[in-house]
Design a protein around this ligand. Structure first.
Ligand SMILES: Cc1ncc(COP(=O)(O)O)c(C=O)c1O
Length: 496
């Protein structure tokens, strides 16, 4: 049992015509059931209680003995009495009825935004990585010692100016470092003034939605799509218009047919999420042209596109835009580690002020020390080295996945050979259902996500999302073997 001492100042109401020990017993029991006295915490000493409430010590001891005999507390009088770690079920029921009586359940009026909110959990469970965990980089390969050195150096030299806080657009030297990186490595055309540092691409989405959308505004979404983006726009009351993705990416012609005047479009052109296709130049130009003519803004999510294994690097769509219709977002979650919660958003010059104002009334800015450490990590060259190293590691893991799948999954699952990113798609053969395949996979200790969970309409092909970046080659081979067994048994079940 963890021995926490309760610092709780026990405020017990004065009794009215009851036996003193019974009164003390009931009040302590209520404090335990209410959670004011937490499991494991030490009850105040009998002597102190006796003094505080002007009762004799034996009265308090009798109350304690009663609590002990019923399982509320443990320990010996004299060496400390502690609230039991596990209260019997029947006691927990007492607790719920009692608190229900005391706190009548009033339905609080919520805003329409709150009523439209659906929780979105992108974080993966913090346990051993199994095949085929998606959305996660190889965290065991992250250079934590190096990061700690950079952070320690920065902390030793920290100035009071930095401790005082900064601009809501982010730490200026980091904005410059990100602008330099994006101009050289991603073909983005921007100055540091246009770069905002945010708490991940998710915040970039939320802030953009709040600034650009009113309830009822139509938004084109790639289908299938990143569910975290769908949740943001739904919560704002936007009208989501699904635009299917084919091997060239989102088709603006289909978008126009379905909804000619959308306010915003969400795209992942470098590496479509979750299918992995790269949007062709033809489609990119057509999308920008339509946006320019119709007044639609483009949200380009560049999440995880640093990792390109084959094909030519594809410059960002933002770099093709001459009329200021693109907002470009990226994140350090997939490149460094998700807990960092740092990302960036590049906005057209004319929108910098409104984004700065929005930041100033919410988080103000993401933690400045982390921003400064990240800035050092980039400018000292560690970032580029890490990306290079991870690119090689992930290319190797993708090759292992493709090779084992070629040997083991023939006729069951056809794996797309993606050119970039942390995951790929396995297309189910022979009309197997993705939901049932994922359930069978889970029984074989595998993590596979059915593709239909990324779509809200009907999806034509049955596929599974398979992550490979976070999974080591041995586990990939085990995963392919187990997946083959799971799919075979599913197929046999169908045949019977
Ligand atoms: C396509 C895509 N965009 C954005 C995000 C959000 O990333 P961040 O962790 O930077 O908020 C994710 C997270 O998984 C993602 O997959």
């Amino acid at each position: 049992m963890s021995r926490k001492t309760s610092a709780l100042p026990l405020n017990l109401p004065v009794p009215a015509g009851r036996e003193l020990y019974r009164w003390i017993y009931e009040e302590l029991r209520t404090a335990i059931l209410d959670g004011r006295l937490q499991p494991g915490s030490r009850l105040p000493a009998t002597r102190d209680l006796a003094e505080t409430f002007r009762v004799s010590r034996p009265t308090i001891i009798t109350a304690f003995e009663h609590l002990k005999s019923e399982g509320y507390v443990e320990g010996r009088v004299g060496s400390g009495t502690y609230v039991s770690e596990v209260l019997p079920d029947q006691l927990l029921q007492v607790r719920s009825t009692r608190s229900a009586k005391r706190l009548p359940h009033r339905r609080m009026p919520l805003s329409s935004y709150a009523r439209r909110l659906h929780p979105f959990f992108s974080a993966t469970a913090p346990r051993t990585v199994r095949a085929f965990r998606a959305n996660q980089p190889a965290l065991d390969a992250f250079p934590t010692t190096l990061w700690a050195q950079v952070a320690a150096r920065r902390l030793r030299r920290v100035s009071s100016t930095l401790l005082a806080g900064g601009e809501s657009l982010g730490y200026r030297p980091l904005r410059q470092a990100v602008a330099d990186y994006l101009n050289t490595a991603r073909g983005v055309k921007c100055s540091a003034e246009q770069v905002l540092i945010v708490s991940g691409a998710q915040e970039a989405l939320d802030r953009t939605g709040r600034i650009l959308l009113d309830a009822g505004d139509p938004v084109w979404m790639e289908e299938p799509s990143y569910p975290g983006a769908v949740r943001v726009f739904q919560a704002l009351g936007a009208r989501i218009q699904a635009v299917p993705v084919d091997e060239e990416g989102l088709d603006p012609e289909l978008g126009k047919q379905r909804c000619a005047r959308a306010r915003l479009v969400y795209v992942t052109p470098a590496h479509q999420y979750p299918l992995g296709v790269t949007m062709t130049l033809r489609r990119r130009l057509a999308l920008i042209e339509h946006a320019r003519r119709s007044g639609m803004m483009i949200f380009e999510d560049d999440y995880d596109s640093e990792y390109r294994y084959s094909g030519r690097p594809v410059p960002a769509l933002q770099g093709l835009d001459r009329s200021g219709v693109v907002l470009f977002a990226g994140s350090f979650s997939a490149v460094l580690f998700p807990a960092l919660r740092l990302g960036y958003l590049v906005v057209p010059e004319s929108m910098v002020d409104v984004f700065a104002a929005a930041g100033s009334v919410s988080t103000h800015h993401p933690p400045l020390l982390e921003q400064a450490v990240l800035c050092d990590f980039i400018t000292e060259g560690h970032f580029a080295r890490h990306v290079r190293r991870m690119r090689e590691l992930y290319a190797e893991r993708l090759a292992v996945l493709l090779e084992s799948a070629r040997q083991e999954l023939k006729g069951l699952l056809e794996i797309s050979s993606v050119e970039a990113g942390l995951q790929t798609i396995g297309w189910l053969q022979g009309q197997l259902s993705a939901e049932r395949a994922a359930a069978a996979g889970a029984e074989h200790d595998l993590e596979v996500i059915p593709l239909n969970r990324y779509a809200w309409g009907r999806i034509r092909r049955q596929g599974l999302v398979l992550g490979f970046a976070a999974v080591d080659p041995r586990e990939i081979r085990r995963g392919v073997d187990r997946l083959a067994a799971a799919l075979r048994s599913l197929r046999q079940g169908r045949a019977h």
